[in-house]
Design a protein around this ligand. Structure first.
Ligand code: GDP
Ligand code: GDP
Length: 438
């Protein structure tokens, strides 16, 4: 379980600059995936072996409100509700502002771990400008320059140290972890309630990781399942709805903890930008995915409707086009039993391990049919492939020069693997390494 670290602060203090600096290199890699939005507000990073997810709350748009200080406050509220650690970013060049006091008070009351960071201290001479910030009562301010990269290592050390340790690991059991993700009102609660209908044995409710999160463990045909973070959905508390309305963070956290994500879409409304973001995140995290189109009863349909809609959804969510689409109605119960069957299927697919000989046969055949193209006079030679992991499946290709493996050829290989073995509902990763000398 990875910790979530949220950057909070007034506009223009440098949140997105810091975010980009901390996420840096990884972002560039991610942008190669077609269809994933460039406008990102979360990203993974790693420091001294500790992984965490960073969120720029400045990127969370609060609907229907243009007042900047209200926006900032709401963003802080979301961070308090969802994050494990808050980076409170201030502007050392501009100095301490009234709004900083307001945010600080709010953060103090929350009792969440907070790191006070003073940005734009671009050189040593500016360091005395941080002393005012002690007034905020949030401990020692840490000075950085997001633009110049000053003290970023110290900041990362401080982050790793301040992340509460219990978020670092989670109790393992043999249940398949499922989350239902989607916009408000798509029918997540209704789906959960129909899955947990009378015939299911609910084994227990166990506290999840966020304050009011509850997971539900149940059994069906001798398989155990955990529904991640069902509390808000089953209770529909006021706080939950307020936070949910703005927050993708809760969804991201649920995705993190899931084996299989049920992305719930409304048959009438289709895919939203937020759905794309979350699906992109699940993809990067290697999670299984099922696209659940709910409220199928509301759609007027003929024999082609389902196919057409499935195609449209897959176009909108092109980077998870491996995910099966299922049309259901929580209201009438149509295909609800199919959902858990699909979960089992995707779970098998993501745990599938191929024989080394058969994957190498496939590689040889794929290269024979479509040899790697020349890249500035040089040719990619792939000698050998090996599956090194499951959930998600990872394949390592040993080649003369990994730099010659272009995106389009990698995609071709992925398509060949999928055409033969399926891996439905799960991302697979193809990586290239230079062949080691014998
Ligand atoms: P956000 O609104 O909090 O996300 O702030 P931005 O990251 O967009 O930055 C606002 C402005 O401050 C931009 O013009 C940045 O180039 C500038 N900025 C960010 N970090 C630093 C820094 O460390 N030093 C200086 N001098 N300017 C910075
Ligand atoms: P959530 O916010 O995603 O948890 O959505 P809810 O489960 O609370 O459902 C929102 C609304 O959609 C409620 O009024 C439900 O009764 C309705 N609803 C949920 N599933 C269906 C469905 O399959 N068909 C129809 N017609 N309505 C549904």
């Amino acid at each position: 379980m990875e910790a979530i670290v949220a950057i909070v602060g007034r506009p223009n203090v440098g949140k997105s600059t810091l975010f980009n600096r901390l996420i840096g290199q990884r972002l560039a890699i991610v942008e190669d995936i077609p269809g994933i939005t460039r406008d990102r507000l979360y990203g993974d990073t790693e420091w001294t072996g500790h992984h965490f997810t960073l969120i720029d709350t400045g990127g969370i748009e609060i609907e229907g409100n243009t007042d900047i200080s209200v926006q900032t406050r709401k963003q802080a509220e979301i961070a308090i509700a969802e994050a494990d650690l808050i980076l409170f970013l201030t502007d050392g060049k501009q100095g301490l502002q009234a709004d900083d006091h307001e945010i600080a008070e709010y953060l103090r009351k929350s009792k969440k771990p907070v790191l006070l960071v003073v940005n734009k201290i671009d050189n040593v001479a500016m360091v005395q400008q941080i002393y005012d910030f002690y007034e905020l009562g949030l401990g020692d301010p840490l000075e950085i320059s997001a633009v110049n990269g000053l003290n970023i290592g110290d900041l990362l050390d401080a982050i790793v140290e301040a992340i509460p340790s219990q978020t670092m690991d989670e109790v393992e059991d043999d249940s398949i972890k499922i989350s239902f993700i989607g916009r408000p009102n798509v029918g997540k609660s209704s789906l959960i309630n129909s899955i947990l209908g009378e015939e299911r044995v609910i084994v227990s409710n166990v506290p999840g990781t966020t304050r009011d999160a509850i997971d539900t463990l149940f059994e069906w045909q001798e398989q155990k399942y955990t529904l991640i973070d069902t509390a808000g959905m089953r209770r529909k508390s006021k706080i939950y709805e307020n936070v949910e309305r703005f927050s993708v963070l809760r969804a991201l956290r649920a995705v993190d903890r899931s084996d299989v994500v049920m992305m719930v879409l409304d048959a009438v409304e289709g895919v939203t930008e937020q759905d794309q973001r979350i699906a992109g995140y699940a993809h990067e995290k290697g999670r299984g995915m099922i696209l659940v189109v709910n409220k199928w009863d509301l759609v007027e349909k003929d024999s082609k409707t389902a196919d057409q809609m499935a195609k449209k959804i897959k176009d909108d969510l092109i980077f998870v086009s491996y995910a099966p689409v299922v049309f259901v109605s929580a209201l009438t119960g149509q295909r609800i039993p199919r959902l858990l069957e699909l979960v089992n299927y995707v779970s098998e697919q993501q745990n599938m391990r191929l024989q080394t000989s058969s994957i190498n046969d496939l590689l040889q055949e794929a290269m024979r049919m479509n040899p790697p193209p020349n890249v500035s006079g040089r040719k990619l030679k792939i000698y050998y492939v090996s599956q090194v992991a499951v959930k998600p499946p990872v394949f390592v290709f040993f080649a003369n020069d990994p730099e010659l493996a272009h995106f389009s050829y990698i995609r071709y290989l992925e398509n060949q693997i999928r055409a033969t073995y399926g891996f439905e509902g799960t991302p697979i990763k193809l990586t290239f390494r230079a062949r080691e000398r014998n």
